[in-house]
Ligand binder design. Sequence first.
Ligand code: PXP
Length: 264
Amino acid sequence: MLLGVNIDHIATLREARKINDPDPLEAVFIAKRAGADQITLHLREDRRHIHDKDVLRIRDSSALPLNIECSINPSVIDFILKASPHRITLVPENRQEITTEGGLDVVQNFDKIAEITRTFQQRYIEVSLFIDTQIDQICASKEVGAQRVELHTGTYANLHLMLNSNLPYTHNVIEELKIPASELKTRLQDSIVSLHDGAKEAKWLGLEVAAGHGLNYNNLTPILAIPEITELNIGQSIIARSIFTGLESAIKEMVALIKPKIKA
Ligand code: PXP
């Protein structure tokens, strides 16, 4: 299992003061030292955390492959094409959202996504699509020519938080999930089955399968049990833990969870 560390929230902290600290580039070197396999950045249309210069500095200095998440907005796409990362992951984006909600609608945006995919692949840049587990989205991802999909684990993660953490007792309780525990458990189980079925289908179609969103130190076990998933992209939980334990230690802890121990 490979780990992509999403470092957007290092930049979120920097942008809280609009200065130069903490520097996401420093996080890249630490991530490499700690055993991460990839750096993931989301270049949002509103540049609320990662900025164009971050992308360029990290691309020029990173010893790890760079995966840039972005919307299908032409101005962002043009910039990233010039920046030439190892991979792009196309994601849906709404201005008002706190984080990426739901997967990309590949069926609805088929022609546009097919064209973007072709353009990037002509430059040898790999294309991944961040999608929900519906079969039609998975099939459309194959048909547009993407090499990979990243399955959205947000629904699973929210259900897990409501069942297994103190979130229900905080002001950030997920209102629509204020339902009986038995119902939460059923939905959680359904979400795992759906991720597993989606991963199997995608793999069967010849797509590489990653997963991400809302994954943390407590909810990985069912995801790690899906053999078709070979990469996880994790951000918020690692950066949150790093505030208390330091970034290198937080990434090492995650690496230890997701990588099987190699026996000497
Ligand atoms: N993968 C994708 C495609 C994402 O959009 C995000 C959030 O930016 C992540 C993974 C990481 O999610 P989280 O920060 O919840 O771990």
